[in-house]
Design a protein around this ligand. Structure first.
Ligand SMILES: NC(=O)C1=CN([C@@H]2O[C@H](COP(=O)(O)OP(=O)(O)OC[C@H]3O[C@@H](n4cnc5c(N)ncnc54)[C@H](O)[C@@H]3O)[C@@H](O)[C@H]2O)C=CC1
Ligand SMILES: O=C(O)CCC(=O)C(=O)O
Length: 444
C-alpha cells in the first residue's frame, strides 16, 4: 500500500466515528501526493505524515454552570492544540450543540494549513463546547464563559495558544472569556483575538473573514478575466462571515441575493439589505424571518435551498458539509462561475470534485477564509507592541495577504502540474512550510 493510503487507514482506525476529521485529512493527504512521491523515503523515516495527523495535545474538560432557573448544567469543553511548528497555537472556539471531538479535530487540522498560508507565524488549534448560546440569557452565557475559562486558562497564553471566535462565539463571548482570564491570571495580555476595540481588539477583525473572502474571490476572478462587478452572488449563513461577505461583495458592485440560517433562507432579488441584516443578527439576535418586516418583497423559505438559485458566484459561509453533490449539480446547471468557501469545509468531497471537473473556479476555505485568522495575527502584533493601527492600515494588509494567498496557491498548483486546482495548490503551499519547520526542529 502506498504511504498516503497507509496513513489514511491509520487515521480512520485510530479516530473511530470522527467522520469530519477523516474527510479533512483525506482531502489534504490526497492532494499532497505529488510532494510525497518525491520525498517518500525521508518522510517515512521521519514519520512526517503520521506526526502531521496526530494533534500535539487534546484537552477536554467539564464545564458546569448554573442556569436562570437555578439548575446546574454540564457541557464538555475542548481545546485541540494541533501543531505549533511555525508559531503559537491559534484558532477559534466554536459554541454549538453539534460540537464533539471529531469536529474540533477537523477544524484544528484545517487551521494548521490555513495559518501557514497566511504567511504569518501562527500554529494551528481549535476549541469549543457543545454549549448552545442561542436562546440563553446574557447571565447564562456569562456563567458558561466563566466556567469554561476557569479550566481553559491553564493551557493558553499570548505566546502559547491564542483562541478567538467561531460559530456561536462573537464579541459578547470573547469579552466574557477575556474578563475571566484577566481575573484568574492577573495579566493584561493578548491571549484572545476578536477582542472589543476598547480592550485591545483590532480594527477590521470583525469584518476580516468576510472581506478577505471577497478580496480573494476578486483576485481569483481577475486571474480568469472576470470581476465581481454586476455578478449575482448567493451567500449561505447570516453570521459574522456571511454579513461581511455580503457587505464587501455589494461594495464591489455585485448583487447578493441570498442569506440563510439553520431554519431557512431569504431570497431578495433586489439585493440583500445589509443594514437590516446587521440589525437582525448583530443587534437583536433574531431569526431571519424578521427580514421580511424590513423587506416585504423578499421571500423566506424553510429548510435548505440557497444553491438552487441562479448565481454567478457562490459563497458558502454557514458550516461544514452544507454544499453537497446535488447542490454542485444545480450550481453547474445554472451557469455558476466560481465557488469560494467562507465557512470551513462547507463543500463535501464529491461536490468539490464535481465542481472542479465541470470547470468551476473553486477556492477552498483554508485559503479563502484565512483573512480572519490573518487579522487575528495582526491583532497579536498590535497587542505585542501596545499600539493600534488604523482601519485603512489593517485593511490594506489584509488585502495584500489575501492576494498573496491566491498567488501562492495558484503558483503551487502550476508547479505541480495541476494549474487551476486551488485545492491542491493551497494544501501543498500550506504543507511545505509546516513540513520544513517540523523537519528542522527534530523529533517532538
Ligand atoms: N468567524 C471567523 O472569523 C471565521 C469563521 N469561519 C467559519 O465560517 C463559518 C461561519 O462562522 P461565523 O460566521 O463566525 O459563525 P456565526 O455563529 O456568526 O454564524 C454562523 C451562521 O451559520 C448559520 N448556520 C449554522 N449552522 C447552520 C446550518 N446547519 N445550516 C444553515 N446555516 C447554519 C447560523 O445560523 C449563522 O447564521 C464556520 O464554518 C466557521 O468555522 C472561518 C474562518 C474565520
Ligand atoms: O481568528 C482566529 O484565530 C480563528 C479564526 C478561525 O477559527 C478560523 O480561521 O476558522
Amino acid at each position: 500500500m502506498d504511504y498516503i493510503n497507509e496513513v489514511l487507514d491509520m487515521v480512520v482506525r485510530k479516530n473511530p466515528a470522527e467522520n469530519e476529521f477523516h474527510q479533512a485529512v483525506k482531502e489534504v493527504l490526497e492532494s499532497l501526493r505529488p510532494v510525497v512521491e518525491v520525498n517518500e523515503e525521508n518522510y517515512r523515516r521521519e514519520a512526517l505524515l503520521e506526526r502531521l495527523v496526530e494533534p500535539d495535545r487534546q484537552i477536554s474538560f467539564k464545564v458546569p454552570w448554573v442556569d436562570d432557573k437555578g439548575y446546574v448544567q454540564v457541557n464538555t469543553g475542548y481545546r485541540i492544540q494541533f501543531n505549533n511548528a511555525i508559531g503559537p497555537y491559534k484558532g477559534g472556539l466554536r459554541l454549538h450543540p453539534s460540537v464533539n471531538r471529531g469536529i474540533i479535530k477537523f477544524l484544528g487540522f484545517e487551521q494548521v494549513f490555513k495559518n501557514s498560508l497566511t504567511g504569518l507565524p501562527i500554529g494551528g488549534a481549535k476549541g469549543g463546547s457543545d454549549f448552545d448560546p442561542k436562546g440563553k440569557s446574557d447571565r447564562e452565557v456569562l456563567a458558561f464563559c466563566k466556567s469554561f475559562m476557569t479550566e481553559l486558562y491553564k493551557y493558553i497564553g499570548a505566546d502559547t495558544d491564542v483562541p478567538a471566535g467561531d460559530i456561536g462565539t462573537g464579541a459578547r463571548e470573547i469579552g466574557y472569556l477575556y474578563g475571566q482570564y484577566k481575573k484568574i491570571r492577573g495579566t493584561y495580555e493578548g491571549v484572545l483575538t476578536g477582542k472589543g476595540l476598547t480592550y485591545g481588539g483590532s480594527l477590521v477583525r470583525k469584518e476580516a473573514t468576510g472581506y478577505g473572502l471577497v478580496y480573494l474571490t476578486e483576485e481569483m476572478l481577475k486571474a480568469h478575466g472576470h470581476t465581481l462587478a454586476e455578478k449575482i452572488v448567493a451567500v449561505s449563513g447570516s453570521g459574522n462571515v456571511a454579513i461581511y461577505a455580503v457587505e464587501k461583495a455589494a461594495e464591489l458592485g455585485a448583487r447578493v441575493v441570498t442569506v440563510s440560517d439553520s431554519n431557512g433562507w431569504i431570497y431578495d432579488e433586489a439585493g440583500i439589505d445589509i443594514k437590516a441584516l446587521k440589525e437582525i443578527k448583530e443587534v437583536k439576535r433574531e431569526r431571519l424571518t424578521e427580514y421580511l418586516k424590513y423587506r416585504p418583497g423578499a421571500i423566506y423559505t424553510e429548510g435548505r435551498g440557497v444553491w438552487n438559485v441562479k448565481c454567478d458566484i457562490a459563497l458558502p459561509c454557514a458550516t461544514q458539509n452544507e454544499l453537497l453533490l446535488e447542490d454542485a449539480k444545480n450550481l453547474v446547471a445554472n451557469g455558476c462561475l466560481a465557488v469560494a468557501e467562507g465557512a470551513n469545509m462547507p463543500t463535501d468531497l464529491d461536490a468539490t470534485k464535481y465542481l472542479q471537473e465541470n470547470g468551476i473556479l473553486f477556492a477552498p476555505g483554508k485559503a479563502a477564509n484565512a483573512g480572519g485568522v490573518a487579522t487575528s495575527a495582526l491583532e497579536m502584533s498590535q497587542n505585542s507592541e501596545r499600539l493600534s493601527w488604523s482601519f485603512e492600515e489593517v485593511d490594506e494588509k489584509l488585502k495584500l495577504i489575501m492576494k498573496n494567498i491566491f498567488h501562492n496557491m495558484s503558483n503551487a498548483a502550476r508547479e505541480y502540474n495541476a494549474e487551476g486546482n486551488y485545492v491542491l495548490g493551497a494544501n501543498i503551499a500550506g504543507f511545505l512550510k509546516v513540513a520544513d519547520a517540523m523537519l528542522a526542529q527534530g523529533i517532538w
